[in-house]
Structures are given as structure tokens and as C-alpha cells.
Design a protein around this ligand. Structure first.
Ligand code: A3D
Length: 320
């Protein structure tokens, strides 16, 4: 069987880390694309030279020409600009929307059969726009945020309880922003829901609330520490997990920004919900039941995503 081809649009912090992880896991050959000539080529060459040491056989190449992504099975998009301290993800909208238009055209022309994972912020609005600009089927265009937000939640819980991260599951729904909705009721330690862990005296309700807030602020905490950009190791690992689910038809249930067509009472909206990812892309949306307070938080999150989508339509009227 021929190797799979994975195109990475954007060869910055996340793009370079993605290339490394894809090669280490031998998911396929990598084509790293960026508009800054030399950067994708240089990173690809450096990574290729670690192949003999690590023992991977993936081929890594860099390019500034869209034709080189031709036939890609998976495209992961990080092109655009990241946040600096003091900026919200929404501040990136105008500049990154223009980038999505170029990227969408490139994918549409050269990789129309790919499974596309968008990471560029503000995530939910950018993946919505990328799907429209590319014209690819909505089940093949998905946004990465929930896996990362849930991983942050899982890390904080495991750290607090001094248990393995492997035994902590977590669900974070909604838009990837300050209004995201970490769902304690659907998050567990070895199958025990977090509210029950509180009842069992493993952690206080205040501590759980503090962790939920720290999860919401997880990206800003790292931006504040790094000062020159945003998180990249965990975002890259999260997108690679999604790519692997698609390529290996794993049918795992992961929270992703997916296109809703009536689910949760929403239509033509991209927002974080649990989905099954397999060879068909987003194969199914898991419509979990939300209680009144969860629904209120989810609705507020959707409202903030809607505001960003409306802003996109004003900037690029062809999206309306
Ligand atoms: P960075 O290291 O700046 O890399 C972005 C790359 O995109 C740079 O190399 C640019 O040259 C390149 N680029 C800019 N314009 C274009 C274009 N038109 N075509 C192709 N390439 C272009 O940023 P990063 O890798 O740290 O972050 C990338 C994006 O991911 C940003 O928008 C971040 O805000 C976002 N991000 C999202 C999450 C989520 O969980 C959704 C997490 C972390 C970062």
C-alpha cells in the first residue's frame, strides 16, 4: 500500500511540530507549505535529517507552491498569525480570514479529497470559512480545539488527584474561546464522573471550579508565559490524534469543531461537539444531553461563535 500524504499548511511553531510527530508516528509522507520561502524547506530538511537517528521512513519536503500538496490525504492548516500577550483569539479574525481564502483555494484545486483539519484561530469561525472557501464536503472539514481543551482539563485533573492522565477522560464543548464549556458531568476518573469524585472527597468543589476556569484560560496562560506566541506542542499532538483517527478509520469519539445540520438545534454552525472520526471524516455527531446550566453555557458559547461568523460575512461578503 502506498504511503499516505499529509500536507501541512503553515510551517510555523505548530506546523513544524506536526511534521515531527507525523514522521515519528510514520503516518505518511509530509509536505510542509508556507508562504515564507525557505522556512518549510529548511524545517523539512532538518526533520528529514533526524530520520536516520529516529529510524523513521517518512519523506519530508518543504514548498511554497500549492501544486506540491496535490493528492494529499490529510491537510492540517495552521497558516495565519497566533496571539501575543493581551490579544484575544478574536483579534486575529480579519488577517486570518484572508489567509483562509487563499488556503481554501489551494486545497480545493489540489487536494479536494483530503480530510482537512483547521487549527488557525479564531478556530470555529475560521473552520467555518475554510469549508466555505474550499467547497469541500462539510464532513471532511473539521476544527481542532476540543481535543486540546479536553487534554488541558485532563492534565489539570490528573495532576490534582495524582493519578494517571490515561485514566482521566474529559469533554470540553462549545467554541474555542473564553466561553468554552468544560463538562464536569461527562468527565471521569476511571469512569467515575467528576462530581462523584467531589462527593467522595478526592477534591473540593472549589478546586474543581478552579480547574474548570484554568482550562478555559489554558491558552492565555501559555501565551502569557511564552510572550512571543501561543501553545504548539499540545495543539500539534491533538491534531495528529484526529488525523490518525481518520487515516486508520479508528472511529474514536473526540470533541471537534464540526458542522452542525440540526444537531443541538443549530444549523450551518461549526462548534465543538463530540463526534465519531473515521474513514468517512466526521461520521456521526454525538448529541449528548445537556442540563439547564450546561445548555445555558453552550448557548452563550454558540452566540459568541455566531458573532464571529457574522463578522466574517461582513469582511468577505461572498461567505454570506
Ligand atoms: P506561527 O508559528 O506564527 O506559524 C504560522 C505560520 O503561518 C507562519 O510560518 C506563517 O509564515 C504562515 N502563514 C501566514 N500566512 C500564510 C499564508 N497565507 N499561507 C501559508 N502560510 C501562511 O503560529 P503557530 O503555528 O503558533 O499558530 C498557528 C495558528 O494556530 C494561529 O492562528 C494560532 O492562533 C492557532 N492556534 C490554535 C489553537 C487551537 O487550539 C485552535 C492552539 C494554538 C494555536
Amino acid at each position: 500500500m502506498a504511503r499516505k500524504k499529509i500536507a501541512l499548511i503553515g510551517a510555523g511553531q505548530i506546523g513544524g511540530t506536526l511534521a515531527h510527530l507525523v514522521a515519528l508516528k510514520e503516518l505518511g509522507d509530509v509536505m510542509l507549505f508556507d508562504i515564507v520561502d525557505g522556512v518549510p524547506q529548511g524545517k523539512a530538511l532538518d526533520l528529514a535529517q533526524s530520520g536516520p537517528v529516529e529510524g523513521y521512513n517518512s519523506t519530508l519536503k518543504g514548498t511554497s507552491e500549492y501544486k506540491d500538496i496535490e493528492g494529499a490525504d490529510v491537510v492540517i492548516v495552521t497558516a495565519g498569525v497566533p496571539r501575543k500577550p493581551g490579544m484575544s483569539r478574536d483579534d486575529l479574525l480579519e488577517i486570518n480570514l484572508k489567509v483562509m481564502e487563499q488556503v481554501g483555494a489551494g486545497i480545493s484545486k489540489y487536494a479536494p479529497d483530503a480530510f482537512v483539519i483547521c487549527i488557525t484561530n479564531p478556530l470555529d469561525a475560521m473552520v467555518w470559512a475554510l469549508q466555505k472557501f474550499s467547497g469541500l464536503p462539510a464532513e471532511k472539514v473539521v476544527g481542532m480545539a476540543g481535543v486540546l481543551d479536553s487534554a488541558r482539563f485532563r492534565h489539570f485533573i490528573a495532576d490534582e488527584l495524582n493519578v494517571s492522565v490515561q485514566d482521566v477522560t474529559a469533554f470540553v464543548m462549545g467554541g474555542h474561546g473564553d466561553t468554552m464549556v468544560p463538562l464536569a458531568r461527562y468527565s471521569t476518573v476511571a469512569g467515575i464522573p467528576l462530581p462523584d469524585m467531589v462527593k467522595m472527597g478526592w477534591m473540593s468543589k472549589d478546586k474543581l471550579d478552579e480547574i474548570i476556569q484554568r482550562t478555559r484560560d489554558g491558552g492565555a496562560e501559555i501565551v502569557g508565559l511564552l510572550k512571543t506566541g501561543s501553545a504548539f506542542y499540545a495543539p500539534a499532538a491533538s491534531a495528529v490524534e484526529m488525523a490518525e483517527c481518520y487515516l486508520k478509520d479508528k472511529k474514536r469519539i473526540l470533541p471537534c469543531a464540526a458542522h452542525l445540520t440540526g444537531q443541538f438545534g443549530l444549523s450551518d454552525t461549526y462548534v465543538g461537539v463530540p463526534v465519531v472520526i473515521g474513514a468517512g471524516g466526521v461520521e456521526r455527531i454525538v448529541e449528548i444531553e445537556l442540563n439547564a446550566s450546561e445548555k445555558k453555557m453552550f448557548d452563550a458559547s454558540v452566540q459568541s461563535v455566531d458573532g464571529l461568523v457574522e463578522a466574517c460575512k461582513k469582511i468577505a461578503p461572498k461567505l454570506a
